[in-house]
Every structure is written in C-alpha cells, then in structure tokens.
Design a protein around this ligand. Structure first.
Ligand code: NIG
Ligand code: FE
Length: 401
C-alpha cells in the first residue's frame, strides 16, 4: 500500500540537496519544496517516505490525501525531557515569579512523589505527556530518569520511559538525594557502581541509551565538575553515550567537560564565556549545544545568545526540558517562538534546531527523504514562519498516517 499526500503548500525536508530555487531566507537550510507532494508507505504507524518532490511530478499511489494548502515539516525531536515524575510544584513556579530563585532544592519534592507513585500511575502520567507532545507536533522524544534516585526507582523510571521511546537517559546523577546529604561521595559511588551496573546489566543500551549529570557548582544539590567527570567517565566506560546539564544557573565547568569528553549534547548553556563558545565551536559535529528557552522563561533567567553561538559555528538544538521544576511546558512551538523572539534565531534556524540538530544529538537523521521514517507534522498554516508568528496558537500537530 502507498499513500500520496498532496496539497502541501510548503514542505520542509531538512535535505540540503532539495530546495526549489531558494526563493526566501531559510529555504536552503530547510530544503524547502513549495507545492510539494509526498508518497509514504502504509498508511499506518511505521510508514516510510517513498517519494518527495513537486506535486506536478508526483507518481500514482494506492490512496491519496489532500492537505488543503498546509505546510508539512519533519516531526519535532524533543531531545531533552524529564517526563517520569509525579506530584505538583506549581506553587514553586508562582514563588519564582515573585522573586524566589531556582536552586534545584525542589527536585526533592518530585523525588518523594515519584517514589510514592505506583507503576501504573507513573505510566499514565508519561502517556498523557507524550500524547500532549504529539498533539503539538513532537514525534520523537528523549526521556530521562532522575526522580527515583534509588537503584529500584531509577530502574523503574527507565523501564517505564522505555515503553514510550528508545531514547532513554539514565540521570541517577540528577541531585544528591537527602538521605546522602552528608556523604555525597557515597552517592556518586552508588550511581557509578550498583546503579550503573544494573542499568547496563542486559547490555549497554538495553535500558538506557545515554547517561546525564546535572553539573552545577551553583546548586548545593547538584554535582561539581570533578563529580560530573567521574560519573560521565563511568557511563562512557559502560557503553552509554553522554549528555550533560551544564552552565544552567551560573558559569561552570559543564560545557567544557562535555566537549572534552565528546558528549552528544550539553544542555541549557545559559551562562557561557568565550572559552565555552570556542570549545563548542571546536566540538562541532560531535557535541550539540541544546538550548532550552522554556527554562529561562519559567525561572526568570537571561536567555542564552543563540545568534552568537550559531555565528561562532556551534551546532545549536532546541528542546523543551519538560519537567516539573524549571519548565512544565512540553511545547516545542513555544520554544521556537522564544528562540526567535528572545535568542536571535531566524524562524528557519529554530525549526532546523528542533528537528535536524536535536535529532543529531540522539544519533538520528531527521530529513524527509526516501527511506526515512515518515515522522511528519502538519501546520494549519501555509508556511513554517507561522510557528513563531502565531505564538500560543495550536496550529501544529503530528500527522497521523
Ligand atoms: O533540566 N537542572 C536540572 N534538572 C531539571 C530541573 C529539575 C527540577 O527542578 O525538577 C532541568 O532544569
Ligand atoms: Fe533537564
């Protein structure tokens, strides 16, 4: 079976080999084809792209669907989320809006609620959040553990996350849990020893693809550069790829450590100095800087200068960081709007960052091209410019085939 999709006013392929004459800024970066058509195998989940091109050259197919002049884009790849949690921290958000700073202490509230939840409760919470994301155009999601912080609760979080995505990340090193507050070294030993051994017991990527650490000397709860190095090196030796929460609350060693160790991604990058930008530019092709503007919004922090990073040659991705503390928004369109309005990205760069570059940080290729999975999103609008232009309006959703 094959399905022909027509009536596509603008197709973003992310394929630099495409593009219909580069009529507008961003066309080349996004590989835009106007008045396009697509043939996919299926219909049904697991469909693949079979043909891409101008509608005037479209081949015949078994079925046909007219999208009525809408724009089609690659589904968003949300490469940084913490979806496995229970409990409510909305009061902490409200307090921040009247001046209480974020310091990571609230993570303990989510840890207590998550430990107390049943498997079915957690599963239902994650399912609702993933569905909410699809309804806003996200078709691929990375999910971290990190609200269990015991061996059993971290494994349980990863198992539940794995029911929804292959892109799972072990974040036992989210914070030092209260019961280890007087013996941090013992907790680092637990994370790099018994917890990590259990995560990889059935093979290096059986339960988690990556390991992550909240490297943040400005939080008493998180890990300093030496602790983060120990954790990341142990994860790498166990066969996991590396991700880092770095330079979120102030300047610190996270970004340079991530670049030095060849991490796939260093995330937040809110406080950078010139040496960090140089390290990120030199790590281009290996380490992506994943910006999370929903966090700056929800913590009243300054936005990182994405324009300067891109101009310096850094690979910049965008993700939501959906989590109960620093950003309980699963909306990639919201992140794109903030990136364009507050961080100096063009609409095309922001869309590319939330698809092609975030995908690369997960080892994926997010082009719309023959042989690729048909992970698509559709806009109730004729062009990708409307993602930021119509901020707050629900115009984009995953295209169900
Ligand atoms: O990415 N920075 C560390 N972790 C999360 C916040 C977690 C929380 O506050 O619950 C983040 O911002
Ligand atoms: Fe995070």
């Amino acid at each position: 079976m094959s399905l022909l999709l027509t009536g596509i006013a603008e197709l973003t392929t992310n394929d630099p080999a495409r593009g219909d004459g580069h009529a507008a800024p961003g066309d080349a970066l996004l590989g835009i084809v106007r008045d396009a058509a697509l043939v996919v195998s299926g219909p049904g989940p697991g469909a693949e792209v079979e043909w891409v091109g101008p509608a005037s050259e479209a081949p015949a197919a078994d079925e046909r669907r007219d999208l009525g002049g809408r724009a089609v884009i690659p589904g968003f790849v949300d490469s940084h989320t913490h979806l496995v949690f229970a409990g409510d921290r909305s009061a902490e958000f409200a307090a921040r809006m009247t001046g209480t700073p974020y310091d990571g202490g609230g993570i303990a509230v989510s840890v207590a609620a998550t430990r107390a939840a049943s498997d079915d409760e957690l599963r239902a919470l994650v399912a609702a959040r993933v569905a909410e994301m699809r309804a806003q155009g996200t078709t691929t999601v990375e999910i971290k553990s990190g609200y269990g912080l015991t061996l059993e609760d971290e494994l349980r979080s990863l198992r539940i996350a794995r029911e929804f995505t292959p892109h799972t990340t072990f974040l036992g090193a989210h914070v030092v849990p209260r019961e280890f507050a007087t013996d941090r070294a013992a907790y680092v030993d637990l994370v790099t020893g018994p917890m990590l051994d259990a995560v990889v017991a059935d093979g290096p990527t059986a339960l988690a693809e990556s390991i992550d650490v909240f490297c943040e000397p400005h939080s008493a709860h998180a890990f300093d550069g030496d602790e983060a190095r120990t954790i990341l090196e142990a994860g790498r030796a166990a066969g996991l790829s590396l991700r880092v929460h770095g330079n979120q609350l102030g300047h610190g060693p996270g970004v340079r450590l991530a670049c030095e160790l060849g991490a796939r991604s260093v995330d937040h990058c809110t406080f950078l100095d010139g040496a960090d930008v140089e390290a990120l530019a030199a790590a281009r092709g290996t380490t992506v800087a994943t910006l999370l503007p929903g966090v700056e919004f929800s913590t009243r922090s300054p936005y990182p200068d994405a324009r300067a990073l891109i101009d310096a040659g850094v690979d910049v991705a965008l993700a939501s960081d959906c989590n109960p503390g620093t950003c309980y928004s699963s909306s990639i369109p919201f992140a794109i709007a903030l990136a364009v309005r507050e961080m100096g990205m063009t609409p095309a760069e922001a869309l590319h960052a939330a698809t092609a570059v975030s995908a690369r940080s997960l080892g994926l290729d997010r082009r719309i091209a023959p042989g690729q999975p048909a992970e698509l999103a559709v806009l109730d609008a004729p062009s990708h410019l409307h993602l930021a232009y119509r901020a707050g309006v629900p115009i984009v959703r995953a295209l169900e085939l």
